[in-house]
Design a protein around this ligand. Structure first.
Ligand code: ADP
Length: 901
């Protein structure tokens, strides 16, 4: 190893020096152990196994502090001799710095040996002296290096000592302080002089230290603020002295002033801002707050001023927030995280909403507290909520409306559309249209519509911003029809785009077409119905059958003329009127029946009625009435149909038929009677006639003479037959209207006389009485037929007078008529049969059937002849008392001076 190298390698050199000094311990410049005697290490109780080399000397020599102190002193370049205990032994150490060749301190070494108490003191004393001087020198250095004036003065403030810093502080030579009497008074700022001096006097009298700040004037006339600490020294046997230190605090003063300024600025700022602010230090003590904070949290002054601590503040404010626990927890969370910066909101119990900002307060990089600020954002919050609400409402509305809506901006990009739009245009869910080019979208959609070219060109036109509102419809290939409405989208007065809304009107259109079709059908049906009604009305009103319709309250809803007429009313009068009013005569009987029909739903058909109606008073008419329930298609009974058929004519016809039948029966009876009578009457003369003729025949055959009475008797019978047959012939001629009558003047007296003469031979048992006037009574007529009338009356008188009473005949004039009567005292005629005497074939009930039978034709023929000649014929009779027949004939008008012709 070269010399140079060993010098440079300081531990080596150090160790070398140390060993040569028999050093017990060697340390390097940093105070690390370079070598230590194992005995010393053991004495310092350094642990086994761990090498002490390289460790700090304080660590290794922990138990021997006086030695470490000496070693540290040596490292400053000062050698010392120290004594102290090592274990129980007093040891003495010589501690030396070790210097390298360039004079640089390399380290130190100490050599320990047992202290020898017998060693002479002077050497020890000298060492102490030396040490003391050194200490004093250090002390002076220390005093002179203090940044302030260290001074001593008497109680009158005359300086006895000042350190060298005094010169630097005020610029006066430091000797001037002690040599110039009243130096202090002379250089104190005039404003501070009085009080500062008084203050000092007072303090020295009271023998207590004091401290104050005042101004002095420097040599260059600067004002220097000094902080002075004064101690009163009162030593036994010596006058009290003042000792102190003056420190230049001008800079501090300035800093404090500027701090005060800035804090007042902060204060003013705090009070002027709208936010409520609270600042806390790291111990959560309130360092600042503003009035607004106090008002916001309704904090009394004492909470903040008296015990400015966050927990108090919090407790006082909790009742104001809506969720106190959450609020408090949150604040604690924030404190748990000192660097946290955040903004959140606090809901107050009264509904207000505060925005809270909190951030740590930093000084440089250090966190020195936390600032909370609160701002009332209720209005903003409400506004935002409202905005959000209306936005969501808008969105929901947008999506819920039945129309498909799309909006296109000025840049021809789609800005919004709703779900319905997506559905209508069959746009898949994933496809995002927003911001898509509208023209692209139109081209993509075009194939869906029936006329794509027109669709595209039309929309292209409309993408140009304009004020035009437009409605048209788009037909789809799949049959749908969409109605399209297009409106400009405005923002204030500016058009910023266009909105299209599409509505599926397919159903609507179909429904409309269907409705139109139905309307037309209904119109046709109505017309047909009206026609049918007209027909029905005509039919109803011209029907001889009475018809009407009553509602459930029995009011006439419909009635025809025939039915109204029965009630003596017109149709118009009856419509809407109650049945009871219109037909009072039948209502009482009929209403229960009508209600019955309404209740049971069973019609009453063919109810016969006979009554007088107002239309034909006093005439009984016959009706057949039916009541039918009238139902709606659903089966509900809405009223009653009434049908009234008149049967009066039928009834009359039937009665007539019955009468005719009766008459026919009577006629047949008469005919049968007549035939019986006629055959009997005709046969009666035939038997004697046959007998007479046989007798005549027998007389002729035997040649015997024929007595004339025989022939006469036969002729009488023939006469009788001929009379019967003449009557029958006359009767049939009368019936056929062919009986012919002569019209000639006939003197009645002659006719009567001839008739009487003719009957007389056959009336042997009936005395004939005849009476006539003087006046010739001439009538215009048929002489034979008049004689026939007379003969018939005379023969009847004879025939029906079996008691053979007289027959009386009279001829008188009665005004312009001739009156002829023929009376008898025969069987008479029952009174009830007198009226029928002159009917054909009539024979009174008391007329005998045989003996003097007849055909009942004589009087019939008489009446015909008399009446044909302008006269009358009648009978007067009383049963069993006889009968008188009379007839009149108009007399022929007398022609003056002339014959009757
Ligand atoms: P008849 O051939 O039956 O006599 P008439 O026509 O002459 O027919 O008379 C009708 C009826 O009148 C008679 O059948 C008889 O009953 C009644 N009659 C007519 N004349 C008399 C009379 N003089 N006295 C009573 N009855 C008479």
């Amino acid at each position: 190893m070269s010399m140079e190298a060993s010098i440079r390698s300081f531990p080596e050199l150090l160790l070398q020096v140390g060993r040569s000094l028999h050093a017990t311990v060697i340390v390097d410049l940093e105070g690390r152990i370079a070598r230590i005697d194992s005995a010393l290490a053991a004495a310092a109780e350094w642990g086994d196994g761990v090498p002490p080399e390289g460790r700090d000397l304080e660590e290794v020599l922990l138990l021997i502090p006086w030695l470490t102190k000496a070693l540290r002193t040596a490292l400053t370049g000062t050698e010392t001799v120290s004594e102290g205990g090592v274990r129980d032994q007093l040891m003495r150490a010589v501690v030396l710095p070790v210097f390298g060749d360039d004079g640089q301190c390399l380290g130190a070494c100490a050599r320990l040996s047992e202290s020898d108490p017998t060693k002479p003191w002077p050497a020890h004393h000298a060492a102490l002296e030396q040490e003391l001087t050194r200490t004093q020198r250090q002390y002076e250095e220390l005093i002179n290096t203090i940044d302030g004036v260290v001074w001593e003065a008497d109680v009158d403030f005359h300086f006895t000592f000042v350190n060298k810093q005094s010169e630097r502080l005020l610029g006066y030579p430091h000797r001037q302080w002690t040599q110039e009497p009243d130096f202090w008074r002379n250089h104190v700022h005039p404003e501070d002089r009085e009080w500062a001096q008084a203050y000092c006097m007072k303090a020295s009298r009271e023998h207590r230290p004091y401290e104050f700040e005042y101004r002095m004037l420097a040599a260059d006339e600067r004002v220097v603020w000094l902080r002075t600490i004064v101690t009163v020294l009162a030593e036994e046997g010596r006058p009290p002295r003042l000792r102190g230190i003056m420190v230049d605090v001008t800079e501090q003063r300035r800093a404090r002033e500027s701090l005060e300024q800035s804090s007042s600025l902060v204060r003013a700022t705090l009070e002027s801002i709208a936010d409520a602010v609270l600042a806390l230090d790291t111990h959560r003590r309130v360092t600042a707050y503003n009035k607004r904070f106090q008002q916001l949290w309704q904090l009394p002054d004492d909470v903040l001023e008296g015990g400015p601590d966050a927990e108090n503040t919090l407790a006082a404010a909790l009742h104001l927030v809506k969720e106190p626990k959450r609020f408090a927890d949150r604040i604690r969370e924030v404190y748990a995280n000192p660097t946290l910066e955040e903004v959140d909101t606090v809901e107050m119990a009264d509904g207000r909403i505060l925005e809270r900002t909190t951030r740590p307060q930093r000084l440089g990089t250090a966190i020195i507290g936390r600032i909370w600020s609160y701002r009332d954002v209720t209005a903003e919050h409400q506004a935002r909520e409202k905005l959000e609400q209306s936005a969501s409402l808008l969105r929901t509305t947008f999506d819920s409306i039945a129309d498909g809506v799309v909006a296109v901006g000025a840049n021809k990009k789609i800005t919004a559309y709703n779900k319905r739009f997506q559905q209508l245009w069959r746009i898949p869910d994933g496809a995002l249209l927003e911001n898509l080019d509208a023209v692209q979208a139109v081209l993509a959609a075009a194939p869906l519509v029936k006329n794509p070219e027109r669709f595209v060109s039309r929309l292209r036109e409309m993408f140009e911003l304009s004020d035009v509102a437009d409605v048209d419809s788009v037909e789809f290939r799949d049959g749908r029809i969409l109605e399209r409405t297009s409106l400009p989208q405005r923002l204030g007065g500016t058009i910023i785009g266009r909105v299209w809304s599409y509505r599926d009107v397919t159903e609507e259109r179909i429904a409309k077409a269907e409705q139109e079709r139905l309307l037309a059908a209904e119109q046709t049906a109505r017309e047909q119905l009206e026609e049918s009604f007209a027909v029905l009305d005509t039919f109803l009103n011209n029907s001889p059958v009475g018809m009407g319709f009553l509602d459930r309250n029995l009011r006439f809803i419909q009635v025809n003329d025939a039915l109204a007429a029965l009630h003596g009313k017109t149709r118009e009068q009856e419509l809407g009127r109650p049945f009871r009013e219109m037909a009072p005569l039948v209502a009482a009987n009929v209403e229960p029946l009508i209600y019955q029909v309404m209740e049971t739903g069973k019609p009453i058909i063919g109810l016969d009625m006979a009554l007088e109606v107002p239309a034909t008073p006093g005439q009984l008419r016959y009706w057949r009435v039916s009541y039918y329930p009238v139902r709606t298609t659903s089966g509900r009974i809405v009223g009653i149909g009434v049908v009234v058929v008149e049967l009066s004519a039928e009834r009359r016809a039937q009665q007539e038929r019955e009468r005719l039948l009766l008459e026919a029966h009577e006629a047949i009876q008469i005919r049968d009677d007549f035939l019986a009578v006629a055959s009997h009457e005709l046969k009666t003369p035939l038997t004697p006639l046959k007998l007479h003729l046989q007798r005549l025949q027998k007389r002729c055959a035997s040649g015997q003479p024929i007595p004339p009475e025989y022939a006469q008797k036969a002729l009488d019978q023939v006469e009788r037959l001929s009379g019967l047959i003449s009557d029958m012939l006359d009767s049939s001629q009368i019936e056929a209207g062919r009986l012919e009558l002569e019209r000639e003047p006939v003197p009645l007296r002659e006719v009567l006389r001839e008739a009487l003469a003719e009957i007389r031979p056959t009336c042997l048992h009936h005395p004939l009485e005849y009476e006539e006037g003087a006046e010739e009574l001439i009538v215009l007529g048929d002489r034979d037929r008049l004689e026939q009338v007379l003969m018939n009356l005379l023969e009847n008188a004879r025939k029906y007078s079996p008691m053979k009473g007289p027959i009386r005949v009279t001829l008188t004039r009665n005004g312009a008529e001739a009156l002829v009567s023929v009376s008898d005292s025969g069987i008479g005629i029952p009174e009830d049969q007198l009226a029928h005497l002159f009917e054909r074939f009539f024979r009174a009930s008391n007329a005998p059937v045989s003996g003097f039978g007849g055909l009942g034709l004589g009087l019939y023929i008489c009446r015909h002849i008399v009446e044909r000649l302008g006269g009358r014929i009648w009978a007067e009779s009383q049963a069993h008392q006889g009968t008188t027949f009379r007839f009149t004939l108009p007399l022929q008008a007398q022609v003056p001076g002339g014959n009757a012709s």
